[in-house]
Ligand binder design. Structure first.
Ligand code: FAD
Length: 289
């Protein structure tokens, strides 16, 4: 099923992100996590694309399994920053042949110490969106957006202008970068609508259940960390079971507040942890019914 059709239904949706292994040896472990998360029957699952494109075949394989073996709708991510136009086009044909119906079109992070863009590269996700429209017009295309502004953008207004270009190029839904303060999201939503962006915007929620994620995810993305959240990490960060429970509770609380304010679509960054995905889903069982 196309994500655009799922998002059109007048109901709350809960979707979940997984990532592929870096090496073939870790494939079975990832498959096991994917299986368990798929058992929760989220509205759809998305599969990330390794930054350098090295795990590209796993992304497509996992997305295909999610759909065909587990009966859950799937989205395969695709980035273009580390590849030539030809490689990206080849990957698109591969995705099309594998029966991928939904793609999240991304530029990707520019690798350190590389020259970018080279003449034979896509510069921005909007160009990738146009290419997908050309090669696989039947695919449903999503994109990324950033409630706190993309780190490279000169301003939030400038960034929103570029998101609009991405939508005008054919992007049919947007998933946000993680955020920990809902007021940032509500303000962003208002500005996006004011800029004429009317496609569904899915709120991306990252449950922080390990202290190490603070350093990795939050610092990399440059997200604002509220004092209430910092206190949780300070207090429980060194005790894994407590941190996990507190992280699930914080994410649940954030989601309930979003839903109570009219947000319909939630995407959980599961970090391949079925326990975290299941914990949040269980906490929302009556609300999602
Ligand atoms: P773009 O939309 O191209 O924007 C990148 C920057 O360029 C922004 O600052 C934008 O304002 C600016 N810009 C855009 N158009 C123009 C223009 N015409 N002129 C000047 N500036 C312009 N990374 C991965 O490697 N693999 C993944 O699977 C992955 N999944 C993600 C999923 C989500 C939901 C999110 C939020 C991010 C994901 N990322 C992933 C990270 C993403 O690739 C990076 O954040 C990347 O730096 C930007 O990608 P983008 O598609 O948003 O880029």
């Amino acid at each position: 099923m196309k994500i655009r059709d799922i998002l059109k239904e007048d109901r709350i949706t809960l979707s979940m992100e997984v990532f592929p292994p870096k090496k073939a040896t870790a494939m079975e472990k990832v498959n096991e996590s994917v299986r368990e998360i798929a058992r929760l029957k989220p509205d759809f699952m998305s599969v990330t694309y390794g930054a350098g494109g090295g795990t590209s075949k796993y992304t497509v394989q996992i997305a295909k399994d999610i759909k065909e073996a587990h009966g859950v709708n799937a989205v395969a991510h695709l980035t273009c920053v580390s590849s030539t136009r030809e490689t990206v086009e080849k990957q698109l044909h591969f995705m099309k042949d594998a029966g991928i119906e939904n793609v999240l079109a991304l530029r990707g992070d520019i690798p350190d110490e590389t020259e970018f863009p080279l003449p034979n590269q896509f510069h921005y996700a909007a160009e990738l969106v146009k290419k997908i429209k050309e090669i696989a017009p039947e695919m449903c295309i999503g994109g990324a957006c950033y409630p706190e502004g993309h780190p490279e953008a000169a301003s939030k207004a400038e960034d929103i202008k570029h998101i609009k270009e991405k939508v005008d190029a054919g992007c049919e839904f947007l998933t946000t970068q993680m955020f920990f303060d809902n007021s940032i999201f509500f303000n962003y939503l208002y500005r996006m609508r004011e800029a004429g962006i009317s496609v569904p915007i899915i709120a991306g929620i990252m449950p922080i259940t390990k202290k190490v994620q603070i350093e990795r995810s939050i610092q990399l993305s440059g997200c604002c960390v509220p004092a209430r959240f910092k206190a949780i990490v300070d207090w429980f960060g060194d005790e894994p079971a407590k941190m996990k429970q507190a992280g699930i509770a914080y994410a649940t609380d954030q989601i309930i507040d979003l839903l109570a304010n009219g947000v319909k679509h939630i995407h959980i960054y599961t970090m391949n942890d079925p326990e975290v995905a299941a914990g949040i889903q269980k906490n929302l069982s009556e609300i999602l019914r």
